[in-house]
Design a protein around this ligand. Structure first.
Ligand SMILES: [Zn+2]
Ligand SMILES: [Zn+2]
Length: 174
């Protein structure tokens, strides 16, 4: 059950249970709408999460045993670990490493697909005659392998870059 804390952790304004200005995060850190929008930019300074309007608990019992009458709001005033002036800069989302993402299953899968299709076409264009004549020297085998490496690398590179961009633009949604 929500504690329904009595005040804004930032500016200490009163937020009575029926207040439409109360905002809470998933840990029930409680701030006023003004602090949330103007100061915090909808990022909780304690946990880094977002805010939603705090639901109002009815003052009277619409059903037996519920409502403020039976479950009163908390009277313990809470103050944020950080005051508005010393709010920590939101931690910059770490860019996931290139190699870690390059080994990601989805990245490898699509790179293999593209390498197979594009590499095969390129191999046929460049070495089709040799392949059909079964006249493959060590050198041309190496060249064919490299032909597959190129689309594999390009696909991996662009997938990883896209994942990194996504991670930076949507922190916390990985
Ligand atoms: Zn406030
Ligand atoms: Zn929080």
């Amino acid at each position: 059950m929500l504690e329904l804390r009595p005040n804004c952790e930032g500016c200490d304004i009163d937020l009575p249970p029926a207040s439409a200005d109360a905002r809470i995060c998933t840990y029930e850190c409680t701030f006023c709408v003004n602090c949330v929008e103007q100061v915090l930019k909808n990022v909780c300074p304690n946990c880094g999460g977002g805010f939603e309007p705090r639901p109002v608990r009815p003052a009277i019992a619409h059903r037996p045993g519920v409502g403020l009458q039976f479950h009163p709001a908390s009277t313990v005033r809470v103050h944020a670990k950080y005051t508005a002036t010393e709010l920590p800069e939101p931690v910059a989302p770490a860019k996931p490493g290139f190699l870690a993402l390059a080994g990601n299953r989805g990245v490898v899968k699509s790179a293999l697909k593209i390498a197979f299709v594009v590499g095969s076409i390129l191999a046929l264009i460049n070495h089709g005659g040799d392949i059909l004549a079964l006249h493959l020297t060590q050198g041309s085998v190496l060249q064919i392998l490299l032909t597959y490496m190129v689309p594999y690398s390009v696909s991996t590179y662009s997938s990883v870059r896209a994942l990194q961009r996504h991670a930076v633009e949507h922190p916390g949604r990985l």
